[in-house]
Every structure is written in C-alpha cells, then in structure tokens.
Ligand binder design. Structure first.
Ligand SMILES: O=C(O)CCC(=O)C(=O)O
Ligand SMILES: [Fe+2]
Length: 344
C-alpha cells in the first residue's frame, strides 16, 4: 500500500537569516573598508558560502524593471520562445523539463527540473577571433523579436551587475590573502551568464521533485535578487537544508565551483535548490559573473601547502563550463532522465 502522499514543500525545514554584508563603506571608498570587508567575506566564504549584500548600488528601480522584463518574456507564446531555443552555444530559451543535475553529489536526481529559462551571456564583438572561428559559447545572443525592450533591459541589468562584480575583485583577492589586483588579468573579458527563469506553479510536489535540483553554481560569483515567491533552499556546512531569510533590498551573493576549485575548496560552492511554487508562478534572475572563458585557474598560492596539496588540475573556465553544461542540460544529448522520459 502506498503511504499517504506528503507534499515535499511541507517537510520540516528551518528558516535561517543569511549573513548580511554591508558594501556601503567599501563602495564609497572609506579608509580601511577593503580590509574590513575582506575579513567578513573570508569568514562567510570559508563556512556557509552564501551571503547577501546591502548598499550594493543596484537600484530598486532596475531590479523592478528586470523583474517586469522577466515576466514579459515568459508571457510570450511558446512558439515565440521556441524560435530562439537554446543552442550548443548555451544561449537562448530552455523549455521546462530540459535540465537535470547528473553530476550532483548532494542528491540523486531522477526527475527533470520544471524550471524554464532564457539564457543570455556576454555578447562578444562580431569580429572577435573566437566568434569568427565559431568556437563554442562565443556565438551572439538570441533575442525575442516580439519584445524589443527585453534586450535593452537585460543588457542594462547585466552590465550593472557585472560592474559590481568587477568592483568586488579586490575583496575576493584580499579575502584570499592575495594582492588586491590578483584577479584582474583573469577578468579581461568577463564571461557573464544570465538565467532569466520561470518556475511554474505546481499543485503537488513529490519527494525529489524540483523546480531546480540541488546544485552549486558553475563559475566565480553569483548575484541573485531574492524572488518574490518562496522556493530557494540552501545546504549549510553541516548538511542541513534551510530556507534563507534575506532582508528587504538585499541581493544574494554566492561562490561558484570554478572559484571553489581554484581555492582548493577553501571557499565553499554552496549547494542550493528550488522547490516549485504552489499558488503563483515564480520568477527569478540569477546573474553569474565569471572570468574570461580562456582564463586558466591553477590552485591559488594561498590555498595550498605541503600538507594541503592541490586537489584539482589546472583548467580553463571554457573547459570546466563545457563539462558542467554537458552534464546538466539535455540538449547536449549526453544525459537523460529515464524515469521521467516515460512521463514527459
Ligand atoms: O531561482 C533561484 O532562486 C535560484 C536560481 C539558481 O540557483 C540558479 O539559477 O543557479
Ligand atoms: Fe544556482
């Protein structure tokens, strides 16, 4: 006999405040602010690895404009969205039930994610050598014809978040006891990647069913204004999932796997996941600010010793990103979800 069905969202789960870091003094250029901020940053990144920032300089108006653009995009007909379906360059529209994290060590995933999203990334110049060569991930963005304002808002939002990310490079460097400008050469041509997502409302959620399954982000740093609908859960250092509580106006920041590997796991790439919403569709837009695609990370000098040798071989962001994408998105053809295919 089947046991009575329990909605996965009703499972007992603590709510916990994320660490809040004030960027105001540093962004204003106050004396001593970089040192103070870097110490706080290190403390969080070595433990939970998930935080939120206040006084970040990204206006409420811009976030509201991006929220409206996200909703307008997802309100387009499927036919319009499918005209710009994602390609092997990892840009374009990804329909619902097209991702599953096969490389996750946090949880076994058997079902495809219900999230659908539009993916946009740094648009390199048409005459960029890698664009001309047709190298994977360098193609131009795809935009919906019927929503011209979408491109304008997305580009404005991405460039604002990218500027904030680049301003924080000295903080990342100092928090790892590196010279202030250490990361600059790796970010000569930052590869910023933007997921503009809709999580469709779902009446009943089974155990192991997700809007987006447990994962750590791919790259260096992620910026995520909290969604208006609940859904995000975070795994702490003691393997306890919790609902993060974020103050009004704060933006979530977390570390990606590429940085975590670069730091020999000193900084944690925190697993998180999204449960589907119950009553209203949920919209979110996570912006990932990464090194140049051709940047090569080899274990940072301050993150290794004879007792703590490098755990990972040196690797370019391009090759790490390619590995991650192939093991997450079904359109690359290398992964499938057997149980789900029958139901789809
Ligand atoms: O929707 C969210 O709150 C989180 C999204 C996320 O984790 C991602 O896109 O990597
Ligand atoms: Fe994520």
């Amino acid at each position: 006999m089947n046991s009575p069905a329990i909605d996965a969202r009703d499972a007992e789960m603590p709510r916990r405040a994320l660490p809040v870091i004030d960027l105001g003094p540093y962004l204003r250029g106050d004396p001593g602010a970089l040192e103070q901020l870097s110490a706080e940053w290190r403390e969080v990144c070595e433990k939970l690895g998930f935080l939120c920032v206040i006084n970040h300089g990204i206006s409420d108006a811009l976030i509201a404009e991006m929220e409206a653009a996200t909703r307008a995009f997802h309100a387009l007909d499927d036919e319009e969205k499918l005209k710009i379906k994602v390609t092997d360059h990892q840009r374009g529209y990804v329909p619902s039930r097209a991702t599953i994290l096969k490389h996750s060590s946090y949880e076994t995933h058997t079902k495809l994610d219900s999230v659908e999203c539009m993916v946009v990334a740094t648009d390199y110049a048409e005459d960029h050598p890698e664009v001309l060569a047709g190298k994977q991930f360098y193609s131009r963005n795809r935009w919906p014809e019927k929503l011209p304002s979408f491109q304008t808002t997305v580009e404005k939002y991405m460039s604002t978040v990218q500027s904030l990310g680049l301003k924080l490079l000295p903080v990342w460097a100092k928090s790892l006891e590196l010279p202030e400008n250490f990361f600059l050469p790796y970010f000569e041509e930052p590869y910023s990647y933007f997921r503009i997502a809709k999580y469709p409302k779902t009446a009943f959620v089974e155990h192991q069913e997700f809007g987006l399954g447990a994962h750590a982000d791919t790259g260096f740093m992620t910026f995520l204004p909290p969604a208006l609908e609940q859904g995000l859960q975070v795994l702490d250092e003691h393997s306890q999932w919790f609902w993060p509580v974020v103050p009004e106006g704060a933006i979530i920041v977390n570390t990606g796997l590429f940085l975590s590997r670069w730091t020999n796991n000193r900084f944690r790439a925190t697993p998180h996941r999204v449960l589907p919403p119950k009553n209203n569709d949920r919209y979110s837009f996570a912006c990932f600010i990464n090194t140049s695609l051709d940047a090569v990370a080899s274990c940072l000098p301050t993150c290794q010793s004879t007792d703590n040798p490098p755990l990972y071989p040196e690797q370019s962001y391009w090759s790490y990103f390619q590995w991650y994408m192939k093991n997450t998105y079904t359109h690359y053809g290398s992964i499938t979800a057997p149980e789900d295919e029958a139901a789809a």
